[in-house]
Design a protein. Sequence first.
Lengths: 334, 334
Amino acid sequence: MTSSDSSSLTSFIKKIAGQVEETIRADLALALAGNDPLLVEVLHYALLGGGKRVRPMLAIVCSRLCGRDDKELALLAAAFEYLHVATLIHDDVIDHAENRRGKESVGKKFGMAAAILAGDWLHARSMHLIGSLTGQEGLDIFCGATTAMVDGEFLQLRHIADTSITEQQYFAVILRKTARLISSTCEIGALFGKGSPKQKSALAAYGKKTGIGFQIIDDLLDYLGDAKTTGKQTGNDFVEGKLTLPLIHALSKASDSEKNTLLECIHGDRTLPGTCATARQLMVELGSFAYARQRAEKEIAQAIAGLSVFNKPEHKEGLAILTDLATYILHRDQ
Amino acid sequence: MTSSDSSSLTSFIKKIAGQVEETIRADLALALAGNDPLLVEVLHYALLGGGKRVRPMLAIVCSRLCGRDDKELALLAAAFEYLHVATLIHDDVIDHAENRRGKESVGKKFGMAAAILAGDWLHARSMHLIGSLTGQEGLDIFCGATTAMVDGEFLQLRHIADTSITEQQYFAVILRKTARLISSTCEIGALFGKGSPKQKSALAAYGKKTGIGFQIIDDLLDYLGDAKTTGKQTGNDFVEGKLTLPLIHALSKASDSEKNTLLECIHGDRTLPGTCATARQLMVELGSFAYARQRAEKEIAQAIAGLSVFNKPEHKEGLAILTDLATYILHRDQ
C-alpha cells in the first residue's frame, strides 16, 4: 500500500536526482580544479547521467524528517552517492562486468587502472565530506559501514558455489554488503538533521530493513529482470556462483532428483545459457522466486512499521516518501 | 652529513617499527572482531612482516618534535601505514606486479578481488583513524593528499611512453603521487602534536622535499637496485613505459643517434631484457643516473635546511632523526 500515488514519488525522485546531480557537478568542479582531464572525465562519466539516487534521497528525507533542510544537505546526499558509485566501480572490476546503469562500466570504458583509482578518489572524497558535515559520530558510522561492506564481500567470496550456504549466512552477507550502508545513510541523515536518539535509531532500522529488502529484490531481478531495463546482464550472479535467496530456497525444497539437477548446474559450466535456464526453471517450479519476494515484502513491511515514532503533522510528507520508497523497492523493475 | 651515526637511526627505526606493528595488530584485532577469516588473513599479510615504516616514523617524530608523545601517537602512525599499504596493494593490481616487500603481492597471493577489497578496507580505516585522532583539519589534509595521489597516478598514466615529457611534468607527477602524502604525514604529525603554524609548515615542507627525494631514489633503484634487496623486479618502470628522471635526462642530453636508440627502445618491445639494458647503458654513459641522484641530494639538503625553526635543546633528538632519515633516503638500497 502506498500512502501517496507513485507518480508523486517519481516526480519527487526526479527533483532530488536533479538537485543531487547539480551538487555533484559543483563539488567535482571545486575538488577537481587543475586535476588531470581524464580523471575529471572518468568521474563525470561514473557519477552523472544514471542511477536511481536512492541513497541520496534517503539521506535527504531522513534529515528533513528530523527537521533540517539546508543547502549542505544535498552535499551530504552526494557523499553517499560517491561511496556507492566507488563500490560499484570496484565491484565491476572484480566481476569483469562490462555494463552498468545501461552503459559501459567504467573499467570497460576507461580500463582497470582508471577504474580502481577513480573508486579510490570517490572513497576519499566521500569520507572527507561525511567527516566535514557530520563530525566524528558520522565518520564512525560511515567508516564502520564501509569496512563492514568489505567484510560482506569477503563473506560472499567465501560462499562462491557453496551449495551448503544457509539462509542465515545469505542474510549475514547482504546485511554487511548492502543493508548496513543504507542504514548508515538514514542514520547519518538523521544525525545531520539533529534527530533525537529515538529518531536516529528508528531511521537506522528502517534503512537496514529496506536495504535487506532492496538486496533481495536486486538478487531476484538478476534472474527475472529485463537486461534492457536493469542495464545488467541476466543470470550474472548464477554465472559467478553467487547463491542468492531463490537458489538457496530451491536447494532446501528440492526433491533428491531436483537437487541433483541443481547441483549439476551449479558445479557444471555455469557460463552456458542452458545451465542457468535449467536452474531458473526449477526455481520457478519450487516457488523460490515467490518465496524470496515474500521475504522482501516482510522486511519492507517491518521497515515501514518501525517509522511510527514520526507521528507529528510535520512528519507526514517525509513519512509518505519513505513509505512509498520502501514500497517502490518491492515493485521496481531496475 | 648525518648528525648521529646510522646505527642509532637503524635501531630507532627498528624500535618504531616494532611499536607500530604491535599497534597495528591491536587495532586489527579490535576492528576485525567477527570478520571473515580471509579478510583478517589478507590484512595481516599485507600489513605485517615487511616495509620500512618510513611514514609511521615521520608521523611519530614530527609529533614529538612539537611536544606530544602519547599512546595514541602509534595509532596515528599506523593510519599512515594503512593508507600507504592500501595504495601499494591497488598499484600492484594495476601494474600486475607479482612481488612486493620481498614476498608475493596481495593480488598475486589472494587474487584481484581480495586485493581491491582489502585496499578499500584500509582506505576507510585510515580515514576513520585520522579523523578520530586529528579532527577536521587532519581529515582535510589527509583526504586532500589522497585525492591528489589519484590525480598523480592519472597524470602518470597520461605520460606512459610519452617521450616528450618534461622534467617539470615528472616533478608534477611525483609531487602528487608521493610527496604530498609524505608531506601530509609530517604536517598531521605536527598537528597532532599541537605544533605552531610555523612548525607545521616547516614539517610539511620537509615532508614534501623528502618525498620528492624519496621518489627520485625509488625511480633510480628501479634501474639500479638489486631485486633481492628491493623485493621488486629491476626495470619495471621501463617495461611499463614510465619515463622517470634518468630517462628524461638522457633524452634531453642524447645525441641524435643516441636519441634514436632510446626512442626505439621506448617504442619497441620494452619487455625484452635487452631493450631495457640498452637504454640503461645509455643512461649510464650520459650521466643520467648521477644527475638524478644530484637532484635528490638537492631536495634532501633543502629538506634538512628548512628545519631550522626547531632550534631549542629539546628539539635536538628529533631533529637528528629527521636529518638522518632524509640522508638515509639518499643512501638506501631498498
